[in-house]
Design a protein around this ligand. Structure first.
Ligand SMILES: [Zn+2]
Ligand SMILES: [Zn+2]
Length: 454
């Protein structure tokens, strides 16, 4: 069989593998390239196969960098089934629709400029309708059950502990076995069960995002967050936490709920319609969650809510939060401050010396979030906004395994070959060195668009 690497080589986004055997042609993940405009241009590259001839797709999890080219595939004629876990199906429904909406809005803005410049108008990469067309091909499967896709191909999903529904994908075909790690979760999640260690396969494909790093401050992350919140509120300030609406937001609320700290007098707001829908999924698709969380949900204890927390759905209430002088905590998206409702909150609060901005996720090099971290002023809606806030960066909230956890994930296996993907150059190199020292595996670091024979 042939395997072509179509994303998350020489970088961490755009995850996609194309596998071709005598009779079948299929993909593992169909993710979108994200980040710089150079990365995003790769999304427009034609697929190196005819989407109509593709038999099926298997998804590891719902993050857009693993699913975001799928509606494009459908738009170009793909009509096969898409296999994933139930959690991934539910979250992909929310995330892909949101992504379709973003493509629509961005295209509209671009076309306004093009119209003025007398240039040809462009079509969105895909829109919400393309996403709705895509959802009809979804075929959710449970964890840990072997499912025969064709006479000679079977698939099994193993919990990856990275996001609700996330999975390692174990495949057998032509008498060979392949294991795709997807994104490997950390063993320190409060909500999800730890990742299932790798199982033996002839060929293993492992992510390397934090292949050169060790997570620190894992155990004190929520106490640090509570300290900042209490101090800011005492000084009559507002706390803004930019956070991804799916996963990270639920993690923060649950973590704060678990603390024995006096937070009940503070008004908390989660300002994101997507977070509301995601929280519903977190209370419905319970596969892969820790037993104590399932118990709470079944007992109607709502672990992802607080008495003093309000979810904001409509935009007008969101704007009102900026006029109120009451000290509060605002959790809003996007996590890197590049879009969404967080922008108008920052426009109001970033200039105030009493404000605290707390980063709990990675801020990409060119993001607005990175500028705020570096104490720079930023531009919002074409206006300069002074950065006088107290800025904090808290570590330990990552959903990815660190170097030691990734090495541990590989404890029980002896692959014929181990492929290292989904990592920046330094991370992959460092991880490769560690694997060679500890396990002496035959490893390989593929290039983007490279094809190999298995
Ligand atoms: Zn992911
Ligand atoms: Zn990923």
């Amino acid at each position: 069989m042939k395997l072509q690497f179509l994303g998350a080589q020489e970088g961490v986004t755009g995850s996609c593998y194309h596998i071709q055997s005598d009779k079948t042609s299929f993909l593992i993940d169909c993710g979108q390239f994200q980040g710089s405009s150079e990365e995003e241009r790769k999304n427009r590259e034609p697929f190196p196969f005819d989407p109509k001839s593709l038999d099926f797709v298997v998804l590891t999890h719902a993050h857009i960098d693993h699913t975001g080219r799928l509606p494009r595939l459908v738009k170009e004629g793909f009509t096969g089934r898409v296999f994933m876990t139930r959690g991934t199906a539910s979250l992909s429904d929310i995330l892909l629709k949101d992504s379709g909406k973003i493509h629509e809005v961005e295209t509209e803005k671009e076309n306004e400029k093009r119209l003025k410049a007398g240039l040809d108008l462009i079509e969105p990469y895909y829109d919400v309708n393309d996403v709705i067309n895509t959802l009809q091909y979804f075929n959710p499967l449970p964890y840990e059950e072997t499912y025969k896709i064709t006479n000679d191909i079977s698939v099994k999903f193993l919990n990856a502990g990275h996001l609700l529904g996330s999975a390692h994908v174990y495949l057998t075909l032509e008498g060979k076995s392949l294991l795709f790690s997807g994104d490997v979760g950390t063993y320190h999640s409060q909500i999800l069960l730890p990742p299932r260690p790798a199982i033996q396969a002839d060929y293993i494909f492992v992510e390397s995002t934090y292949g050169n790093r060790l997570h620190k401050q894992m155990n004190i992350r929520f106490d640090r967050l509570a300290d900042i919140i209490l101090e800011t509120i005492e000084n009559k300030g507002t706390v803004i936490i930019p956070a991804f609406s799916v996963g990270r937001t639920q993690d923060i609320i649950y973590g704060l709920n678990q603390l024995d700290r006096p937070l009940s007098h503070i008004p908390f707001y989660v300002d994101s319609p997507m977070a509301i829908n995601a929280t519903k999924v977190f209370e419905k698709d319970l596969d892969g969650m820790k037993p104590e969380i399932i118990q709470k949900i079944k007992g109607k204890k709502h672990p992802f809510e607080m008495k003093n927390l309000q979810f904001i759905d409509d935009a007008s209430t969101s704007y009102k939060l900026d006029y109120s002088k009451v000290p509060k905590v605002l959790i809003s998206a996007s996590g890197m401050c590049d879009a969404g409702r967080i922008l108008h909150h920052l426009k109001t609060y970033l200039e105030k010396e009493t404000t605290s901005i707390v980063f709990v996720g990675y801020q990409a090099e060119e993001s607005q979030g990175r500028k705020i971290q570096n104490k720079k002023d930023i531009m919002i809606y074409g206006e300069e906004v002074k950065n006088r806030a107290n800025v904090f960066t808290l570590h330990g909230f990552s959903g990815h395994a660190d170097q030691e956890e990734l090495l541990e994930w590989l404890t029980n296996v002896r692959p014929k070959k181990l492929f290292l993907v989904h990592g920046d150059f330094e991370a992959i190199e460092a991880f490769n060195k560690k694997i060679k020292e500890r396990y002496k595996f035959d490893t390989y670091i593929p290039r983007l668009y490279e094809t190999i024979e298995l």
